[in-house]
Design a protein around this ligand. Structure first.
Ligand SMILES: [Zn+2]
Length: 89
């Protein structure tokens, strides 16, 4: 019993019953990458320069960013310009 337990293990959900998302190339393994964005003081809500992490997933096979195809509230979710609210504590 040496199963790999990713972060999701803390969710009380049987992930075996959940759909596995795949890249458009069909590959189902991704690697997380973090892009750093600097928000200038002019744009920052706090009035100070901020660094924001954008978490993305890169397909291990084709190297494309993973794009979630579902849409929510008519707003496109592309896995780029948002933080990973479903994974973050
Ligand atoms: Zn791919």
């Amino acid at each position: 019993m040496n199963e790999e337990k990713p972060m999701q293990a803390s969710l009380n959900v049987d992930l075996n019953k959940c759909e596995t998302l795949a890249c458009k190339c069909g590959n189902k393994t991704f690697t997380p990458v973090i892009t750093l964005k600097k928000i200038s003081a002019l744009l920052s809500p706090t009035g100070r320069e901020m660094i924001v992490e954008l978490r993305q997933r890169i397909c291990l096979k084709c190297g494309e960013k993973f794009v979630l195809e579902e849409k929510k509230n008519g707003k496109e979710i592309n896995g780029q310009e948002r933080s990973d609210s479903e994974v973050d504590p």
